[in-house]
Each structure stands twice: as structure tokens, then as C-alpha cells.
Design a protein around this ligand. Structure first.
Ligand code: LLP
Length: 431
């Protein structure tokens, strides 16, 4: 359930008409709903209320400070995969102890910064990384809390590009190989083994793969305990899917039941890393119709958002519902249309043969379910400025990231000295 609904024929974000925001900030823009974020967090957290659990929001899904702060104020920790994400989480008010650092390629600098900040857990993904963490912690006179991410060889059944738990994927360490990693970790004085971690992929729409992974991890915990390790935390990763169009993912309750059934008896604290589930349906991307054309019988609607703003359709063939901001008449004919952006690539297409009521230049459209991996994956390709992000809260809204200016885009670059004539090529003229 989300809080983007029509009221008197106008799409509203909570109590604010989307058109009003568009007037204020221009298009395209992302719009997030506080009430939806809150609801998603609360439903998810409530599903785990009966067991000791920490919800560490996967910041990569949407790393806007206001989004992270909204979730942090509800009690969320953070799952981060870079120093940048860690800095964002801390800046947004996440206590460092509630931060889990995941990812296969942590650098020395990132490990140093994370130890300095005092994060709660490193999820180790290779023996080489364990050695580096131990070395850095040793030099700093610290003890690094680690869990090893174990690869369960489970196919998440989602898109190939976002499945991470198969044995040849780059993620985690296979079992029983990881048993050796634990043995090595136990001998390192600068490392404290705190638990195990698993994550099998994203946008998972059936409970089966989760159950398989959780069952597997319960077995791993048993073996590790038999080897003498203290395992007090189980990080079950993220990945629970959301409805974009007609998907029917398991509910948070169903997901939590599977988790608690498989690992609840082990006396561990659970760590959950949901990303998409919390933010996906809490955001929309609002865009304006620029031009209409007919490509030899194909109705083409050109909008001012492009694949640089929302890359999921181009990258994964993802489908986002696209609706008019001014509600179409009930009896309007919805003819198929290709909805495309201005970027010079054929793949810059948000939808193919999408049923769309008649639209005109200047009309506003909203792409739904764009809160996760939308803005966070955007780029300035074609030198298109990053678009604003707006947060709605009841009847209020705030610009939580303004539109990037052309001046700031150009100011971030410099001429090589041999290109700068004495007169100075970086004159105002090129800005
Ligand atoms: N934990 C780890 C270790 C992860 O790698 C991810 C996502 C998550 C948690 C959060 O997963 P979620 O709950 O959001 O499914 N860009 C793609 C999705 C990539 C997911 C990467 N890892 C997309 O737009 O579909």
C-alpha cells in the first residue's frame, strides 16, 4: 500500500497534489512519501517483533539523507557497501553500531574509516578481505567485528543480473570452504567473529528461495558452533520483492515466518537488510510529455525523464507502471504507447506498448515504484543534471535534493594545462 492516490482526479502524494510540486520544482523529479516509508518500515519491523532483530536498511536502494533519516528515526540501522554510504548513514543519524558493511571490494581506506566510526559488523566476502581487515584493525589497535557471508548456492529465481547466491556468483564464500575462513578468523586477535551472513538476490517474489537459504544457514550455524565459534548474530540479507505491476511477492509476515521457523530457535540476533521493500513503492518519478510522434504506426510519447534518471527499464527490462497525473476519464481509450526519454539510445524506453489514455504535450506522467534503485542509480549521461528529490509529509513537502545546476556540473571538471590558452578557456562563455 502506498500514499500516491488520485483525489478529485488529481494524483496526490499524501495530501499534496503532485502538480503543485511540479509547478514548484519543475520536471522531472522524484517524489517520496514519508507515510509510505513509515508504513513499510513498521510492517516489516512488526513481522519480526517477536524475536531479537535489527532492521538494517540497505542504503543503496535510496541513499537520500532525508530517506535514511526517516527510517533511522523509526529505529533502522543501515547496510552499507561503501564509505560514502556509511558517511551518509551516519550523517542521517544511524548509530554506527547499527551499521553493517557489506560488499565484495572493501578498500583499505574504507575499512579504516569503518573501524574509526565503530560500525557493528563487517560482512567478509573473501579470505583476502579478512586478512586486510585483520591487518588494518591490528595497526589501529582495534578488534573488527566480522561475519562471513556464506554463499548458499541458492537460485533466487529473480532477474539474472540481481541474483547473488549461486555458487559461481562473485558474492560470499562457498560452504564448506567458509569453514576454513572461520578457522582462520578465530586465530586473528584483531578480529572478533560475531556471526554469519547470507544474501541471495533482489526482487525475490516467492518464499521458497528464502526458505532454502535460511535452512542452509541454520546448518552452517550448527557446524560453526560445533567448531567452537561463538555465533550470536545471523544476517539474513535483503531481497524481498515488491509489486511493480502484477507480481505477488510474499508478505513481510510470510517472509518473517520462514525466517523465524528456520533460524529462530538458534538464540541469535537477526539482522535484516531490506532495501527495495522499504523504499520502492514510497517513490514516484514525475515527468512531462515533451512530444508525441508516430513511428510508422507506433505511438511514441517522448517525456523529459530519461534512462539516466531511471535506468531500471533499460538495464533490467524492468516494468514500472506509468500513470497520468491528471486522472484519465474512466471511459478513455487506452491505446498502446512506447514511452521514451530524450537520451540518444534506443534502450532509453520506459515502457513498450503501454496502455495510455490520450496525452498532450505538457501533460504530467508518474512512474510508480521508483523509490528504490531510481535516483540512487541515476547519472548525468548526456550531461543531463541530476533531478530534484522531494519528500512529502502529510500536507508538507520539502526539496531534499535540489536540481543540479549546469554550473556545478561544469565546475567539477578542469582543463588540462596544455589545453588552456593564455586567455583562459574556462571563461564564463563555456559555462
Ligand atoms: N543486502 C545486500 C548485501 C545486497 O546486495 C542488497 C542488494 C540488499 C541487501 C538489498 O536488497 P533489496 O532488499 O533491495 O532487494 N539495482 C537492482 C537491485 C540491486 C540489488 C543489489 N543488492 C534493481 O534495480 O533491481
Amino acid at each position: 500500500m502506498d500514499h500516491f492516490q488520485y483525489r478529485n482526479g488529481e494524483l496526490c502524494a499524501e495530501d499534496v497534489p503532485v502538480r503543485r510540486i511540479a509547478k514548484d520544482v519543475g520536471t522531472p523529479f522524484y517524489c517520496y512519501s514519508t507515510a509510505t516509508l513509515r508504513r513499510h518500515y513498521e510492517v516489516f519491523a512488526a513481522a519480526f517483533a517477536g524475536v531479537p532483530a535489527t532492521v538494517c536498511y540497505a542504503v543503496k536502494a535510496n541513499s537520500n539523507l532525508a530517506v535514511i533519516a526517516t527510517l533511522a528515526q523509526l529505529g533502522a540501522g543501515a547496510d552499507v557497501v561503501s564509505e560514502g554510504e556509511m558517511r551518509r548513514a551516519i550523517a542521517a543519524g544511524v548509530p554506527p553500531k547499527k551499521i553493517v558493511f557489506s560488499g565484495v571490494g572493501k578498500t583499505r581506506a574504507e575499512i579504516t574509516a569503518a573501524l574509526d566510526a565503530g560500525i557493528g559488523q563487517f560482512n567478509v566476502e573473501s579470505d583476502s578481505e579478512l586478512a586486510l581487515i585483520a591487518e588494518v584493525a591490528g595497526t589501529m589497535g582495534k578488534r573488527a567485528p566480522v561475519a562471513v557471508r556464506v554463499n548458499p548456492n541458492v537460485d533466487a529465481g529473480s532477474h539474472d543480473k540481481i541474483s547473488t547466491g549461486r555458487k559461481h556468483d562473485k558474492f560470499g564464500i562457498a560452504w564448506p570452504k567458509a569453514r576454513e575462513t572461520y578457522r582462520a578468523a578465530a586465530k586473528l586477535p584483531s578480529v572478533e567473529v560475531v556471526g554469519v551472513a547470507v544474501h541471495i538476490g533482489s526482487q525475490i517474489t516467492s518464499v521458497g528461495p528464502f526458505t532454502a537459504a535460511f535452512k542452509f544457514i541454520a546448518g552452517v550455524v550448527g557446524d560453526l558452533r560445533a567448531d567452537g565459534h561463538t555465533i550470536r548474530r545471523i544476517d539474513l540479507g535483503g531481497g524481498l520483492g515488491i509489486p511493480y505491476l502484477d507480481e505477488t511477492p510474499p508478505s513481510p509476515e510470510e517472509y518473517a515466518r520462514a525466517a523465524i521457523r528456520e533460524v529462530g530457535h538458534l538464540g541469535c540476533e537477526l539482522v535484516l537488510e531490506p532495501g527495495r521493500l522499504l523504499v520502492g513503492n514510497a517513490g514516484i518519478l514525475v515527468t512531462e510529455v515533451l512530444h508525441l510522434k508516430d513511428a510508422e504506426g507506433v505511438r511514441i510519447v517522448i517525456v523529459d525523464a530519461g534512462m539516466n534518471d531511471l535506468v531500471r527499464p533499460a538495464m533490467y527490462g524492468a516494468r514500472h507502471a506509468i500513470i497520468p497525473v491528471a486522472e484519465a476519464a474512466r471511459d478513455a481509450t487506452r491505446e498502446p504507447a512506447d514511452i521514451v526519454g530524450p537520451v540518444c539510445e534506443t534502450t532509453d524506453r520506459f515502457a513498450k506498448e503501454w496502455p495510455l489514455a490520450p496525452v498532450r504535450t505538457g501533460d504530467l506522467l508518474a512512474m510508480r515504484s521508483a523509490g528504490a534503485y531510481g535516483s540512487a542509480m541515476s547519472s548525468t549521461y548526456n550531461t543531463r543534471p541530476l533531478v530534484p528529490e522531494v519528500m512529502v509529509n502529510g500536507g508538507d513537502f520539502a526539496v531534499v535534493r535540489p536540481r543540479q545546476s549546469f554550473a556545478s556540473m561544469l565546475a567539477g571538471e578542469a582543463m588540462a594545462p596544455w589545453l588552456t590558452p593564455a586567455t583562459g578557456l574556462r571563461s564564463k562563455a563555456i559555462r
